[in-house]
Design a protein around this ligand. Structure first.
Ligand code: 3NM
Length: 218
């Protein structure tokens, strides 16, 4: 039911997963993405959401620009929520939340491309698997300022519980993850970390990403 990507490959892509939109950036998003790729980011998610987010042609243009940078680096480019946009530009995948279009419907629309689903409980994780998810995002692990409608903070407990309950899907932790907290998230059972502000708000994006990557080496 899942796409054609192997779980092993998926786990590698999840190691340092940068989530980014124009509202998260202190400088040009393209510069931030290019620096993050130089630092070793393993996957990029375009999440153009929140007050002041681009729409229409401007959103499309930015998506194309960031996608081109990812292609040059050989790193998958995932679109958050907007399946239409993902299909139009031929993105490598889509990430959907529980409140977005149903994962099963998205899987049908995107064929073998990567499908990520946010899951907050063991039940949601099992449903995501049944609907063809290639990975799940679990969060918020720590308090976050980057998502207005974030659920209550869960710590690393939910990731641990999912693993204890036999969830084998690749998992990425998200929400308030900093370099000093990344190792704890992986110890709990995550394959990697998804990060916005600890990278986009950093004075040195490349070094911030490198430092996450170094945390992932075990
Ligand atoms: N999703 P930061 S938390 C996009 O809990 C997103 O599903 C979350 O940003 C979830 O690294 C979050 O700045 C924001 O905390 C992550």
């Amino acid at each position: 039911m899942s796409g054609s990507i192997s779980p092993e490959q998926m786990r590698q892509y999840l190691r340092m997963y940068l989530v980014i939109g124009s509202v998260n950036c202190r400088e040009k998003p393209l510069c931030v993405v290019e620096e993050a790729l130089r630092g070793g980011a393993t996957m990029i998610q375009f999440r153009e959401k929140g007050p002041g987010a681009l729409t229409g042609e401007a959103k499309l243009a930015l998506a194309l620009e960031l996608q081109a940078a990812c292609r040059r680096a050989g790193v998958p480019f995932i679109v958050n929520d907007d399946v239409e946009l993902a299909a139009r530009i031929g993105a490598d995948g889509v990430h959907v939340g529980q409140d977005d279009e149903s994962a099963a419907a998205v899987r049908k629309r995107i064929g073998n491309r990567i499908l990520g689903v946010s899951a907050h409980t063991v039940k949601e994780a099992r449903t995501a698997l049944a609907h063809g998810a290639d990975y799940i995002g679990v969060g918020p692990i720590y308090p976050t300022l980057s998502k207005d409608d974030a659920r209550p903070v869960q710590g690393t407990r939910m990731i641990q519980e999912m693993r204890e309950q036999g969830i084998k899907l690749p998992i990425v932790g998200i929400g308030g993850i900093t370099t000093s907290r990344a190792a704890e998230v992986v110890r709990a059972g995550a394959d990697g970390v998804a990060v916005i502000s600890a990278v986009t708000q950093s004075d040195n994006v490349r070094e911030a990403v490198q430092s996450f990557v170094n945390q992932m080496v075990q």
